[in-house]
Design a binder for this molecule. Structure first.
Ligand code: GLN
Length: 488
C-alpha cells in the first residue's frame, strides 16, 4: 500500500482524504519515505523540513475531521527551489545562494498554503532556471526515473521528477522557455505554462522577467487544474498579474467537446531535426482527436526559424540584468575581497556556475552600446513577428498541437559540452513564451520505454479551455497513467 500510494493521482488521493480512508499525516509520511528511498539515485530534492510538513499535515487532518473539504486540502506538494517558502532555503540550484532563507512566501505558495496543501520538499533545478536538462545544478544532476542514465529535462527537473516518481501528486516549477514542458515530456507527466500574468511572479526568483511564469505539474490535466485553481487571480504584488476568465471551471475540470475542434499543425515544427519517432507519436495522438470528430488543419508560423535566436537574445539580456542583484551584499554567500568591487567579483566568480556566467556575458554584450540595436532591438522586432504568426494562425484554428522536443530524454552528459546543442532542445518550447501564450505538455506515448510528450497551445487567456482539451484527450488515452516500472 505505502509504496503504490505515492503513485496515485491527485483526484484519487483527495477522495481517500475526503472519505477518511487516508490521513494527510500518513500520506506525507509515505511521500517523505519515498524521497528517502529513491532520492539518493534521482537527486530531485534539495531541502526538506519533515517536522514542519508533518505539523501542517496534522492541521489539515483536523480541518478534514471537522468536515471541511477543499481542492488541495491535505495534499502534499513539491516546490521548485526558486520559489519562496518562508524559512526554508531558496537555493536556485546555485552556490551563490548558500545560507540564504526565504523571508516570505511567494504568492503562489501562500495561496496553496491557504488552500491546505502541504509543501514537503524543495526541488533541484538547473542553476537559476537556466538549462534544458537538469544537469546544471550546484547540487548535481537530477536523473530520469524512466532511465537513470538519462536526463529528466530541465530546468524544473526536480519538480517534474517528484511527480513522476510519486514523491507528491502535485508540484510547482517555472517555465521561461520550456522548463516545465520539456521535463514533463521526458518524464510522462502533465505540466502547464499559463498565459503570462495568470500566476503571480511575486516571490519567484526572476530569470527573464518578460518570459517567466510559474508552472503547475501533476500526472493529469485534472490534477494540474486543481492546483492551478487555488493560485490564479490578480495579485497586488505583481503588476503584470491578471485574472483568468473561466477560472471557476478549474476545480472540477470537465472534458472539452472534441467534435468540430479545429486543431492546427504548424508545418514549420515538422522539419529537419525532428526525430521521426517523435513525429509518429504525435501523429498517433492526433488520430485520437480525429476519431472524436476534430478537424486537423495545417497552419504556418513562418517566423519559427528565428525563435531560438530571438529567445536566447532576449533571455540572456534580461538574465544579465536580473543576476546583477546577486553580488554578495544581500543574498547568500559572500567571498571576501580587498575592495567592494573585489568582494563582488570574488563572490560572483566562485558562486555562479558556467551556464549562468555564459548568459551574463552574452546578455551584457547584447545590451551594450553599439550592439543593442543589432541584437536586442532586432530580437524584440522578431518577437513581435512571432506573436503575429500565432495571432494569424488562431484566426483559423482553436488549438495548436506540436512536439515538445525534437527527441526523447538524452543520456546524461550528452549535451553539456555543447551549449548550442542544448539550446536546440528548446526549439518548440521557446516560441509560446515569446508570444505570452498558454501551452502545456501532456503524455503522448512511448518510444522504446521512454516517454514522449505532446504540446498543446491555445490563444491568450484560454488556459481553462486548454486544460479541458487535454483532459478530454486523457479520458480517451492511458499514457498519463503509466509510471516508471522500477519505482512502483
Ligand atoms: N531551457 C531554456 C533555457 O535554458 C528554458 C529555461 C526555463 O524555462 N527556465 O533558457
Amino acid at each position: 500500500m505505502a509504496a503504490t500510494l505515492g503513485m496515485g493521482s491527485l483526484g484519487e488521493i483527495r477522495e481517500g482524504l475526503a472519505s477518511g480512508d487516508l490521513s494527510s499525516e500518513a500520506l506525507v509520511r509515505v511521500c517523505l519515505d519515498r524521497i528517502g528511498r529513491y532520492d539518493a539515485k534521482l537527486n530531485a530534492i534539495t531541502f526538506t523540513d519533515p517536522e514542519r510538513s508533518l505539523e501542517m499535515a496534522r492541521a489539515a487532518d483536523a480541518r478534514l475531521q471537522n468536515g471541511e473539504r477543499g481542492t488541495m486540502l491535505g495534499l502534499p506538494m513539491v516546490l521548485k527551489d526558486n520559489l519562496n517558502w518562508s524559512g526554508l532555503p531558496v537555493s536556485n540550484g546555485s552556490k551563490i545562494m548558500e545560507g540564504y532563507r526565504a523571508p516570505y512566501d511567494a504568492t503562489v505558495v501562500k495561496r496553496l498554503l491557504e488552500s491546505g496543501a502541504i509543501p514537503i520538499a524543495k526541488a533541484n533545478m538547473d542553476e537559476f532556471a537556466m538549462g534544458s536538462s537538469g544537469e546544471y545544478s550546484a547540487f548535481g544532476p537530477t536523473r530520469n526515473p524512466w532511465d537513470i542514465r538519462r536526463v529528466p529535462g530541465g530546468s524544473s527537473s526536480g519538480s517534474i521528477v517528484s511527480v513522476a516518481a510519486g514523491y507528491a501528486p502535485f508540484a510547482l516549477g517555472s517555465d521561461t522557455g520550456g522548463s516545465v514542458r520539456l521535463p514533463a515530456s521526458f518524464c510522462n507527466v502533465t505540466a502547464l505554462r499559463p498565459t503570462y500574468g495568470v500566476l503571480s511572479r511575486y516571490g519567484v526568483t526572476a530569470m527573464a522577467s518578460s518570459l517567466d511564469q510559474v508552472g503547475p505539474v501533476a500526472r493529469s490535466a485534472a490534477g494540474v487544474a486543481a492546483g492551478f485553481s487555488v493560485m490564479v487571480g490578480r495579485d497586488s504584488h505583481d503588476s503584470t498579474s491578471v485574472d483568468l476568465p473561466g477560472m471557476e471551471r478549474l476545480a472540477s475540470l470537465k472534458p472539452a467537446p472534441l467534435k468540430g475542434l479545429r486543431v492546427g499543425l504548424p508545418k514549420e515544427y515538422f522539419g529537419e531535426g525532428l526525430d521521426p519517432a517523435v513525429r509518429s507519436a504525435l501523429e498517433n495522438a492526433l488520430r485520437v482527436f480525429e476519431r472524436e470528430g476534430a478537424e486537423i488543419i495545417e497552419v504556418s508560423l513562418p517566423h519559427t526559424a528565428y525563435a531560438i535566436d530571438t529567445y536566447y537574445l532576449i533571455c540572456t539580456s534580461e538574465v544579465s540584468s536580473n543576476m546583477s542583484r546577486f553580488d554578495g551584499v544581500r543574498y547568500g554567500a559572500r567571498k571576501p575581497g580587498e575592495s567592494l568591487a573585489g568582494m563582488m567579483s570574488a563572490t560572483r566568480e566562485s558562486g555562479f556556475g558556467p551556464e549562468v556566467k555564459r548568459r551574463i556575458l552574452l546578455g551584457a554584450f547584447c545590451l551594450s552600446k553599439g550592439y543593442y540595436d543589432a541584437f536586442y532591438m532586432k530580437a524584440l522586432k522578431a518577437r513581435t513577428l512571432i506573436t503575429q504568426d500565432f495571432t494569424d494562425a488562431f484566426g483559423k484554428v482553436d488549438i495548436i498541437a506540436t512536439p515538445v522536443s525534437p527527441g526523447v530524454a538524452f543520456p546524461i552528459g550528452d549535451k553539456t559540452l555543447d551549449p548550442m546543442a542544448m539550446y536546440l532542445a528548446d526549439a518548440y518550447t521557446v516560441t509560446t513564451p515569446l508570444a505570452a501564450l498558454p501551452c502545456l505538455s501532456m503524455p503522448g506515448g512511448f518510444l522504446e520505454g521512454l516517454p514522449v510528450g505532446v504540446q498543446l497551445i491555445a490563444p491568450s487567456l484560454s488556459d481553462v479551455k486548454l486544460l479541458e482539451t487535454a483532459h478530454a484527450f486523457q479520458q480517451l488515452t492511458d499514457h498519463h497513467l503509466k509510471t516508471p516500472p522500477e519505482l512502483n
